[in-house]
Design a protein around this ligand. Structure first.
Ligand code: SF4
Length: 406
């Protein structure tokens, strides 16, 4: 059996944060109910393709999945369990915003099998939070965090952001101190990226942002401070206590199979990538087609239904016919590129033996020039059969990743 991870997109938020370009927005109760029904139909229709897969992680992302009533999240999980073989020890995460859960909702999550909570805090400074349009204060976060521990969550991630408008080293340090003192199992710390079209991007001249130098200092401080507090960095922006790395996200970086359900959700299964439509009508139409012979079941000749499996040529055809977007059957070169630039994000680096096993060629035969040059410049290092970024390499990681593109 092959391992599979499942991503479920919940595109609803109380209101839009000023820096956000994710597929999310406010919705009425009726729209939420209709969306969950569509999602359940999609999960059911798609489950036929994954009979030989074992689900090892499920991730509710968004948007703000915690806005859904717990009975809806429970219904979605039941739908997944009805259609898929879900491993008993599967990691099941839900993203949650402070102030959108009650103690009862958190207990209901645990009852339905959710065993990991990812809380979007970003900063412990209320003025910084207000400046980026977050709906919550630091004390809202503390209430949510305490309630989650009381409900029984033993695996909690906290999301932080550096480079916020008006943020200085002193306030960022305070955020790190406060969060580390809570001792969550996992911390993600990303730098703010000004995405074109967002309110923050449009009005950027009205704010003062930390400069590049400060941004770098914040990044270095994060690694140093969290290491002292018992968190090891296992990916460029992710830190965990021993054995508490996010299993779901590691599947992306290690190029494991994952199926995404919901509006705009991305998937990659056996080297085929695709996305669901981002417009609600197009997504609804796509789910409709899945249920009316546009799926793999219609591919057989004669009366016996024939199910295209992800490894079959006809699988990509089925995806296109049902209105999925950006369907891409990755070439060997594209797979190698991804293997290198995704694998190098992890501090364990890429496994050179696995490269040889997967592609029948040594990484040095394909990327000899780049590897030699980065080793000489001190951006990469070898550790046994692994090749990984050095701390100097992390500083210029985007340039290193780009060099592995054909
Ligand atoms: S809560 Fe998250 S998804 Fe929703 S608007 Fe804010 S950043 Fe975007």
């Amino acid at each position: 059996m092959r391992n599979l991870s499942i991503y479920i997109h919940i595109p609803f938020c109380v209101r839009k944060c000023l820096y956000c370009d994710f597929l999310s927005g406010p919705a009425s109760v009726g729209e939420v109910g209709n969306y969950v029904n569509l999602l359940l139909r999609e999960i059911k229709e798609q489950s036929v393709f994954y009979g030989d897969h074992r689900v090892v992680s499920i991730f509710f992302g968004g948007g703000t999945p915690s806005l859904l009533p717990a009975r809806e999240t429970g219904r979605i999980l039941e739908g997944v369990r009805d259609g898929f073989f879900v491993a008993e020890d599967a990691e099941i995460t839900i993203e949650c915003n402070p102030g959108t859960v009650t103690a009862q909702k958190l207990r209901d999550y645990i009852t339905s099998g959710i065993n990991r909570l990812s809380i979007g805090l970003q900063s412990t400074d209320d003025e910084e939070l207000a400046r980026i349009g977050r709906i919550h204060s630091y004390s809202d976060f503390l209430e949510t965090y305490t309630a989650a521990r009381e409900a029984g969550f033993r695996n909690i991630n906290i999301d932080l952001m550096a480079g916020l408008p008006g943020q200085g080293m002193a306030s960022y340090t305070k955020t790190l101190e406060r969060v580390a003192a809570l001792s969550p199992e996992h911390i993600s710390a990303y730098s703010l990226i000004l995405e074109e079209g967002t309110t923050l991007y449009v009005n950027q001249d009205a704010y003062t942002f930390p400069d590049e130098e400060e941004d770098r200092e914040m990044y270095e401080l994060t690694g140093r401070y969290l290491a002292e507090a018992g968190f090891h960095r296992y990916e460029i922006s992710n830190y965990a206590k021993e054995g508490q790395e996010c299993r779901h996200n590691k599947v992306y970086w290690r190029r494991g199979d994952y199926a995404g359900f919901g509006l705009g959700a991305s998937s990659m299964v056996q080297n085929v990538r695709w996305k669901n439509p981002e417009a609600h009508m197009a997504y609804a139409d796509c789910v409709e087609k899945m249920g009316h012979g546009g799926g793999g079941r219609a591919l057989g000749s004669g009366s016996a239904p024939c199910i295209a499996r992800p490894q079959d040529k006809s699988f990509a055809e089925m995806l296109r016919r049902t209105g999925r977007c950006e369907v891409q059957e990755l070439t060997a070169e594209e797979q190698m590129e991804e293997f290198m630039f995704l694998g190098l994000r992890l501090t364990e680096g890429v496994d050179l033996k696995a490269f040889l096993r997967n592609f029948g060629k040594a990484a040095e035969d394909i990327y000899g020039r780049q590897i030699r040059s980065f080793l000489e410049q001190g951006f990469l290092e070898r550790a046994g059969q692994r090749l990984r970024l050095t701390s100097r390499g992390i500083d210029v990681s985007n340039a290193v990743f780009a060099a592995f593109l054909f």
